[in-house]
Design a binder for this molecule. Structure first.
Ligand code: 26V
Length: 838
């Protein structure tokens, strides 16, 4: 799929490439050997796996650097052909990019796996072991960050002129250790050994201010005089296309002080004082906020957001002026996309730059801003809607606040004209929450989602249900004011990482049947549908799965000491730990099954290995308690001789992109069991199906569209629907009634409450049990019976290997729609193209 062909012959050649023309192996070998010599000169350890990995990475980096320059030249020429509508350059602003490892992807994209395999063999090492030495770039929390990484892959693949913009955090997502069954967070020092991938751009630097005051000049124009000035410095991370020579760029900003040392203070011997600016700048680089459950309410986070936005937009303007000489065409030729509200200061900053620094008038600046900006919402959880205390905002960003007031004033005038007399509506939609309620102690706050919506020409959700609920619930008022602004773009995942690279054996099986083009055009997978009954194909699927399960079993043994049987059904739930995702429902089912096995050990049980992995936000006590319960239950179940292989519960520590790449190809069953209406989309769900796992899931997020694509009969769907949840809550939901009428469920709750898994300590899970029997916000009790019954259907089908295998094939065959290439093509068509501006 190529959506963007630009005018220049150079780009056409770059795009028009079905198989990537890789550099000559000799060229790479030379670059690799030179880099390896440099590595060896820096260490006395000899050619370790680390040294090989770093040498390979720097050899690739050189090649990618060349492709980067060619891509930029081609993109800069995109306006040259007057006969063609020029392509817009997309600027994807995100506080998170969860890239994972890069070397395997780069080698595959450059077509260099084979030649590096040889080079490593010459040093007595094999490719997978070397690839494993690279640390994950984990600059994201979860779904939103990983989606951004898949998008960069698709930007490159589709040849879209683009920049991803993020921050270069020194510490990414914390590493999770487990001590005595409890999560312990350890800093993720991912830059410790240097970053073989990044290209520092010392010449790309922009000033970013904070604090200070706004001055009014004699002519009435306003000028911000910041109290503190930092410098944003660019580091590029290059993402190669797999089927052309194009690349996409992730530009990450690093903060330094404008004057890193106060020389006078230094000479006085006041060293801490002399380093003050440096320390304050460095705080911005420090750490990725690991908390997606609560608004951290921290000034530093707001500074990070403002820093990202300001540096990125200055970079955009600089490039646009270089290419087109004038700012009038900025909105037409550039798209600025907000990945959730974290970069929602962008419209205010763009207005400031256009008005104050480039002397443009309000109306033109606003028209340009509206043309450029678009926004994606990624969650309906009300606690995730960002707002900032007005006082803090004003202290840090006084000029931006003035601009937001002016945007708000004009917006509310429009609403007043449209809905005369509706004062309540004005208060609800205002960009400023006047604090007339108790939520935040009555203080005034800036509503970032409101700013993002008012300033955008398009606002989307990430799956059909989510986009519908978005306009019916959290954004209902705005949808009334701006009908037509809201739409859906269902998420997708990159098939290069999430099938080709993580599951080479299954990829070969698929290649044999339908050819290799699914890597570029995932809809090709539908050709597997008529083959789903093919015994040989089912057998091949099965043996690939079996091999992947053996590999995972070995990893589980290494990491946790637990021996699991690769013939058992691998039942997997891996994602952030959150109450709405209901890992607890999964654990309750494990306990029920455990009790049933003990009561009736000779029944014909389908052996199961339940695998859970995920991180809990550090301040999220309930999520941490769920992790501990998983360990407590696992300890009892896994050591009970009466149970043996019939049931195991494994918690794999330190979930991340690389662990997911190992686990997903080995899963038989994918758990996607959020309360209906709570999971915006999910993308893990897609990765599992793509790798031939069957899904047990609720009618939620993208599960719905997946079921529709593959045939609902091929998914194990259970539980309340969104309307049921709403109705039951309205009528007064009492979870105790469900417990009283379900003997198995009652036994489970009693066992936890009585301390059966906590050495008799009845207090350990009191809060958790009270939450279930009290409000049960996510309706676990109401869904338990159907969940357990559906799990029995899973058991029954798994016994019929042929029927199971046929469905596994149908799952893969149904996943063609869920490529991030399709997602990005939709964004281009409806949000980012010149045409979409109307
Ligand atoms: C909020 C905050 C608040 C401040 C601290 C840091 C932080 C980080 C993240 C968030 C919001 C996270 C929202 C998110 O990850 N949503 C997920 O987006 C996926 C991609 O669209 C989607 O598949 C998942 O269903 C959705 O939960």
């Amino acid at each position: 799929m190529t959506v963007c062909t630009t005018a220049s012959p150079e780009t056409a050649a770059m795009n028009n490439n079905t198989s990537s023309s890789s550099p000559a192996p000799a060229e790479l070998q030379a670059a690799f050997q030179a880099a390896l010599q440099r590595e060896l000169a820096q260490s006395s350890e000899g050619p370790t796996r680390e040294a090989l990995m770093r040498a390979a990475a720097s050899a690739c980096r050189e090649l990618l650097g060349q492709r980067w320059a060619t891509t930029q030249r081609a993109d800069a020429a995109r306006g040259d052909d007057p006969a063609k509508a020029p392509v817009r350059r997309v600027h994807y602003l995100s506080m998170e990019f969860l890239m994972g490892r890069a070397l395997g992807n780069a080698l595959a994209a450059l077509g260099l796996d084979a030649s590096l395999r040889e080079a490593f063999a010459a040093e007595g090492q094999n490719l997978p072991d070397v690839l494993e030495r690279e640390s994950d770039a984990a600059l994201g929390n979860g779904g939103l960050g990983r989606l951004a990484a898949c998008f960069l892959d698709s930007f490159a693949e589709l040849g879209l002129p683009s920049f991803g913009y993020g921050l270069r955090y020194q510490y990414g997502m914390f590493a999770q250790r487990i001590q005595d069954g409890r999560q312990v967070e350890v800093p993720d020092d991912w830059l410790r050994l240097g970053q073989p991938w990044e290209l520092p751009r010392p010449d790309v630097r922009y000033p970013v201010g904070f604090g200070g005051r706004v001055e009014v000049d004699a002519d009435g124009s306003r000028r911000w005089v910041p109290a503190e000035r930092l410098v944003a410095q660019a580091f590029d991370f290059i993402v190669p296309a797999h089927h052309s020579e194009r690349v996409s760029t992730l530009r990450q900003w690093h903060a330094t002080a404008e004057a890193p040392i106060d020389f006078n203070a230094f000479c006085r011997g006041a060293h801490p004082q002399a380093a003050k600016h440096r320390v304050s700048a460095d705080a911005l680089n420090w750490v990725l906020y690991p908390d997606d459950s609560t608004d951290p309410g921290r000034e530093l986070r707001l500074k990070q957001e403002a820093f990202l936005v300001s540096a990125s937009l200055q970079d955009l303007i600089h490039r646009h002026l270089r290419e087109f000489r004038s700012l009038h065409s900025l909105g037409k030729l550039n798209a600025i996309h907000l990945n959730d509200t974290h970069p929602a200061l962008a419209p205010a900053e763009l207005m400031r730059l256009l008005l104050d620094e480039h002397g443009m008038g309000w109306d033109e600046a606003w028209a340009i801003t509206r043309q450029a900006v678009s926004y994606t919402n990624h969650t309906l959880m009300p606690e995730a809607l960002e707002t900032w205390p007005l006082q803090m905002f004003e202290a840090l960003l006084p000029r931006h606040l003035e601009i937001i007031f002016e945007i708000n004033h004009r917006f509310l005038e429009q609403v007043r004209a449209q809905f005369p007399g509706d004062e309540a509506l004005l208060a609800r939609v205002s960009l400023i929450d006047e604090g007339g309620h108790h939520g935040h102690g009555g203080e005034r706050r800036v509503r970032m989602a409101a700013l993002a919506i008012v300033a955008s020409h398009r606002v989307n959700g990430v799956a059909a249900l989510h986009s519908e609920l978005m306009v019916q619930t959290i954004f209902a008022d705005y949808a009334k004011i701006f009908p037509g602004r809201f739409h859906n773009v269902t998420n997708g995942v990159t098939p290069r990482r999430w099938l080709q690279q993580c599951n080479p054996a299954l990829s070969s099986v698929i290649d044999e049947r339908i050819g290799k083009t699914w890597r570029q055009d995932l809809s090709q997978l539908s050709k597997l549908k008529p083959l789903a009954g093919d015994t040989a194909l089912i057998q091949q699927f099965r043996s690939v799965k079996r091999a992947n399960k053996e590999r995972l079993a070995e990893l589980i043994r290494r990491e946790t000491g637990i021996a699991v049987n690769p013939d058992s059904l691998f039942d997997v739930q891996i994602k952030r730990i959150h109450e709405y995702k209901r890992q607890l429902l999964n654990i309750l089912h494990v306990i029920a099954r455990y009790q049933a096995i003990v009561a009736n050990p000779n029944a014909d049980w389908t052996p199961r290995t339940v695998v859970i992995a995920g991180k809990a936000a550090s301040a999220y006590q309930m999520a941490k308690s769920i992790i501990r319960l998983a360990h407590d239950v696992g300890r009892i179940v896994n050591s009970d001789a009466r149970v043996g292989d019939k049931l195991k519960l494994v918690f794999m520590p330190n979930y991340g992109v690389s662990l997911a790449e190992m686990i997903i190809p080995a899963a038989d069953l994918s758990e996607q069991i959020s309360t209906a209406g709570t999971e915006a989309s999910g993308t893990g769900n897609m990765k599992f199906s793509l790798n031939g796992a069957l899904t047990i899931g609720t009618w939620d997020g993208a599960n719905i569209e997946m079921a529709e694509a593959m045939g609902t009969e091929n998914m194990f769907v259970f539980g309340l629907k969104t309307e049921d949840v709403a109705k039951m809550k309205a009528l007064g939901y009492d979870p105790r009634l469900y417990v009283e009428e379900n003997r198995a469920l009652k036994n489970v709750i009693d066992a936890i409450a009585g301390g059966a898994f906590s050495g008799g300590d009845a207090s350990r899970y009191r809060q958790l049990v009270d939450a279930l029997l009290g409000r049960d916000t996510y309706m676990l009790m109401a869904d338990f019976a159907d969940y357990a019954a559906t799990q029995s259907k899973v058991d029954a089908l798994y016994k019929d290997a042929r029927a199971w295998g046929e469905r596994a094939v149908l799952n893969v065959a149904g996943m063609g729609w869920f490529s991030s290439d399709r997602t990005i093509a939709e964004y281009v068509e409806r949000v980012w193209s010149v045409k979409s501006l109307g």
